[in-house]
Design a protein around this ligand. Structure first.
Ligand SMILES: CC(C)(COP(=O)(O)OP(=O)(O)OC[C@H]1O[C@@H](n2cnc3c(N)ncnc32)[C@H](O)[C@@H]1OP(=O)(O)O)[C@@H](O)C(=O)NCCC(=O)NCCS
Length: 399
């Protein structure tokens, strides 16, 4: 079987996979094809007879990690046709993707699963959870007066260059946010082009003519009761945060609720003085895979990690280069990872569990308590916990 990007004459077949498998009418899919589709990021598996057996896309994005950038393969549009399902084609395609990313020097990969168990078997695991908050807008009444200036743009009328520097400053020092550099990325992965999916933009400046210090992407959900859905609220300082919430609060005549998706650690308490009236629902988000464990750990800084070293065991059936015994040495905020076959690991886990640790999604003591991490060495556990203490990985993009 052959695994490769599709050729121009194969676009209609790849597109049929998408339309059928994701129940999209051709007319609804046209804008996606016109704006988002990039043939070089498609991948398909072909039978020996040349038939397309499985299809997907893999976007070579980069993630911010506290000043560093790490490659992340964002896998999407995974599909096979029902007449050929459960023949192992998609499983084989996932294995090709893993090998290709390793060869291209992409240390991480993320995807949104239709079913977590399906991708877990290929080494991805849930590494992000978020909370969908539904806040009655009247709870925000005390925020209606604010200082500064908000410039508002209707869907399709914002210039991404106005808010890109705000996002860049905000995301660069954080963990896991997607680096957004091209107009194509802003147009297709931030401002989606599907009908009804575009976003209003509100830009905060401390004074007219000053540089922007925050922004909001939002839209109205006109089902009853009416809601204002916030996709991104990015504020460089408390004044920007305060003003953007003030702007939201002034929609009390138009909507009853504000919907907002945030990382689970986001503090709601600074906004409303009685949170019982806010409906907050926790959901699992994207899954992460360490494509290249050594590169993924060495490439990012670990500013909170205490100096010290430990020996870990890793199992990984699809990426044998990750499997084995490794010595991790943290020194002055950097990590060195080297195979140590003669040593005995103090802590051992599957590559899925190591991805969850890497994202800050599961603490080492939780992984031990749930039987996902074996070993009890307190010094090693403390070192791992110190390394990922702080912010969990998070990003806004859906793909
Ligand atoms: C999900 C989908 C891609 C699976 O394709 P497939 O060709 O059946 O995949 P494979 O045959 O390679 O399956 C690999 C393994 O997963 C299992 N599997 C297949 N479909 C599954 C499902 N719906 N739920 C759980 N496991 C599943 C297979 O049995 C196989 O297991 P095995 O290796 O033990 O035999 C396909 O059903 C599809 O296109 N669905 C619609 C679009 C979609 O949801 N895509 C995923 C987006 S994240």
């Amino acid at each position: 079987m052959e695994f490769r990007p599709i050729r121009p004459d194969e676009v209609p077949v790849w597109r049929q996979f998408q339309e059928y498998c994701f129940h999209t009418e051709p007319a609804d899919f046209d804008p996606w094809m016109a704006s988002k589709f990039q043939i070089e990021h498609t991948r398909s598996l072909f039978t020996d007879g040349g038939q397309m057996a499985a299809a997907c896309a893999n976007y070579p994005w980069q993630l911010h990690f506290e000043g560093a950038r790490l490659g992340m393969g964002a896998i999407a549009s995974v599909a096979s046709l029902p007449e050929n399902r459960r023949g192992g084609h998609v499983g084989r395609m996932m294995q090709h993707l893993i090998i290709e990313m390793k060869e291209r020097g992409i240390p991480l990969s993320a995807l949104y699963p239709f079913h977590q168990g399906f991708y877990r078997r290929y080494g991805w695991d849930v590494a992000c959870t978020w909370i969908d908050h539904e806040i009655p807008v009247e709870l925000l009444g005390h925020l209606r007066k604010y200082s500064g200036v908000i410039d508002r743009h209707l869907p399709g009328q914002a210039d991404w260059r106005e808010i890109a520097p705000v996002y860049q400053r905000w995301a660069a020092s954080r963990r896991g946010y997607v680096a957004r550099e091209t107009e194509h990325h802003w147009r297709t992965a931030v401002y989606a082009t599907l009908p009804g999916r575009n976003w209003h933009t509100a830009v905060y400046r401390p004074a007219a003519g000053a540089a922007p210090e925050g922004y909001l992407l939002y839209r109205f959900a006109n089902d009853a009761p009416r809601k204002l859905q916030v996709r991104e609220l990015v504020a460089l300082n408390p004044a920007a945060d305060r003003a953007l919430w003030g702007f939201i609060a002034n929609h009390d005549s138009q909507v009853k609720f504000v919907k907002l998706r945030q990382a689970r650690t986001w503090p709601l308490w600074h906004l409303v003085d009685h949170t019982y009236d806010v409906k907050s629902t926790m959901e699992s988000g994207w899954m992460l895979r360490l494509i290249d464990l050594k590169a993924a750990i060495e490439a990012r800084p670990w500013p909170g990690a205490p100096n010290g070293s430990l020996v870990i065991g890793v199992t990984d059936e699809q990426a044998p280069w990750n499997a084995g015994t490794w010595r991790l040495e943290f020194e002055n905020g950097r990590a060195a990872v080297n195979l140590a076959p003669a040593e005995t690991p103090s802590l051992s886990a599957s590559v899925q569990t190591w991805a969850q640790w890497y994202a800050g999604f599961v603490r080492p003591d939780q992984a031990v308590a749930t039987g996902r991490l074996s070993g009890t060495d307190a010094r090693s556990l403390a070192l791992l916990a110190g390394a990922t203490a702080g912010e969990e990985m998070f990003f806004f993009e859906f793909f």
